[in-house]
Design a binder for this molecule. Structure first.
Ligand SMILES: [Zn+2]
Length: 139
């Protein structure tokens, strides 16, 4: 097996020439008094993975702190939600839940009564009248 494959030699040469060019540019910039520019670019490139790492750990820490794991009080389905979420819907039974003290609580969605009040039909009126009559008889 011969290692001097023309393609590999070409690749190694182009890689070497890239670094040589980079070195030349760095030397040139340093020579004309732009060494600080090179330094800041190097620092920037060193900082990018560092910032990414810090962000990753920060997000993990934040999620770990604000993640709520509990069972749905209606159907017992275990799920996770975020402390910041005001309302969460159970994926199993569809019940709207709220998070209180790290626990899921049943929550009557606000505005439900208003929506029902808007949709008043004559049938609903008749029903409420008969209920009133029934209440009278009960008393
Ligand atoms: Zn549920």
């Amino acid at each position: 097996m011969k290692s001097n494959d023309p393609n590999i030699t070409q690749l190694q040469f182009s890689g070497l020439s890239f670094w040589l060019t980079l070195l030349l540019v760095v030397f040139f910039l340093s020579a004309v008094g732009l060494g600080w520019l090179v330094k800041s670019i190097v620092i920037l490139f060193a900082l990018i993975p560092l910032i990414g790492l810090v962000a990753l750990f920060g997000v993990q820490w934040w999620i770990g702190r604000s993640l709520v794991r509990d069972r749905c009080p209606v159907c017992g389905f275990e799920m996770a939600g975020l402390q910041q979420q005001e309302l969460i819907q159970c994926p199993n039974c569809g019940e709207t839940l709220k998070i209180e003290d790290g626990r899921f609580q049943r929550s009557a969605p606000p505005g439900t009564i208003d929506v029902q009040a808007i949709d008043v039909s004559s049938k609903a009126l008749g029903e409420s009248q008969s209920t009133a009559n029934y209440d009278d008889r009960a008393n």
